[in-house]
Design a protein around this ligand. Structure first.
Ligand SMILES: Nc1ncnc2c1ncn2[C@@H]1O[C@H](COP(=O)(O)OP(=O)(O)OP(=O)(O)O)[C@@H](O)[C@H]1O
Ligand SMILES: [Mg+2]
Length: 259
């Protein structure tokens, strides 16, 4: 089943066509990547795929539901979750509360249950806490559940963001540069975790990432953007050897630590 589909989407900001004619279709459990130089339009594609921006042309589908004019929370309800290029956590809330908050839109208790703290409220609260702890354990953050999120080291904040996205129980998850700013050990850890999210939790995953080693080792299919255009796409071997990609992207980053 198709979990995410972009059908020829474009967006214009004033005179700038930030993304032109982008298409993508992902099925359950697939792992795709979008790469391209800085400013190529990658995050803008994510913003259109998650309801933050409305495409000026084309359409987005989540789990085969047409999402035109839907708000980001409706994308979440349809089964999609994302992380942001810049970390967005509740720094003054605990690690556990950050994950619980992400789940609350799925609660089955009514406002009345909450006010009166009836059985249903406690049942739900228990279920949410248990589910949150399972995810924190998967990411080895369980011992830090009572830390303020802002007190976690940077690499763990990025992991907590992924946990928060998973907490909404999506079918497809979009990760915007999950390994940005991480050291090599942390990157290996994140690669392993992304594989487990797909294999053990059965999620489809779309990542934007600059670390070529990471992209080439985990993505099954890659789309390459440059100035908003899709200049190449295919399996890693094809994209890696495409002269257009080497010129537009790899060439630029050849001596760059991100490469
Ligand atoms: N809301 C906006 N208004 C105007 N221009 C925008 C807006 N959002 C993005 N852009 C422009 O669209 C282009 C693509 O930006 P985008 O952030 O998608 O690039 P990116 O590929 O994610 O780059 P990076 O690798 O640096 O994160 C840039 O020229 C950017 O300035
Ligand atoms: Mg970006």
């Amino acid at each position: 089943m198709s979990v995410l589909k972009a059908d020829h989407i474009s967006i214009q900001f004033g005179g700038l066509r930030a993304v032109n004619n982008f298409s993508l279709e992902m099925n359950e459990k697939e792992l795709f990547a979008i790469i391209g130089p800085n400013g190529a339009g990658k995050t803008t594609v994510f913003n259109m795929l998650t309801g933050l921006y409305q495409p000026t042309e084309g359409a987005v589908y989540v789990n085969e539901k047409l999402m035109t004019n839907c708000k980001p929370y409706q994308f979440t309800e349809a089964g999609l979750a994302r992380t942001f290029q810049n970390i967005r956590l509740f720094g003054q809330a605990t690690v556990l509360d950050n994950v619980k908050m992400a789940q609350t839109f799925r609660t089955n208790y009514s406002y009345y249950n909450m006010l009166t703290r009836t059985g249903k409220y406690y049942e739900e609260e228990k279920r949410i806490t248990e589910r949150s702890m399972e995810l924190l354990e998967m990411f080895d953050l369980q011992d830090k559940r009572n830390y303020f999120a802002s007190n976690l080291p940077y690499g763990e904040q990025r992991k907590l963001e992924i946990v928060r996205a998973l907490a909404t129980d999506p079918k497809v998850i979009l990760l915007d540069e999950p390994a940005a700013g991480m050291n090599p050990n942390e990157i290996d850890d994140v690669i392993t975790l992304i594989r487990r999210v797909r294999e053990e939790l059965g999620k489809a995953i779309l990542i934007i990432e600059h670390h070529m080693k990471m992209v080439m080792s985990i993505a099954e299919y890659i789309k390459v953007l440059d100035f908003g255009e899709t200049i190449s796409e295919g399996v890693p071997e094809v994209v890696q050897n495409d002269p257009k990609v080497i010129e537009a992207y790899l060439g630029v980053h050849v001596n760059d630590s991100r490469g």
